[in-house]
Design a protein around this ligand. Structure first.
Ligand SMILES: [Zn+2]
Length: 63
């Protein structure tokens, strides 16, 4: 699956071992948001555009 994300790449999350992969970026975002909610007790609905850009910047795409 081409899109992947490692939570530890996000500043401040170095200790988190969560990582996800998906076929599409939309699906990957669902994994990321669910993980943020369950593992970090965050509310993705409250993420600012900057927060989302930070996440987007560390999403990897590999063929
Ligand atoms: Zn995490």
């Amino acid at each position: 699956m081409p899109y992947s994300y490692s939570c530890k790449d996000f500043p401040g999350m170095e200790k988190c071992r969560g990582s996800f992969a998906a076929e599409t970026e939309v699906e990957l975002w669902k994994h990321i948001e669910l993980h943020a909610r369950e593992a970090h007790e965050e509310d993705p609905a409250k993420w600012s555009p900057d927060d989302r850009n930070g996440v987007k910047g560390i999403i990897r795409y590999t063929r």
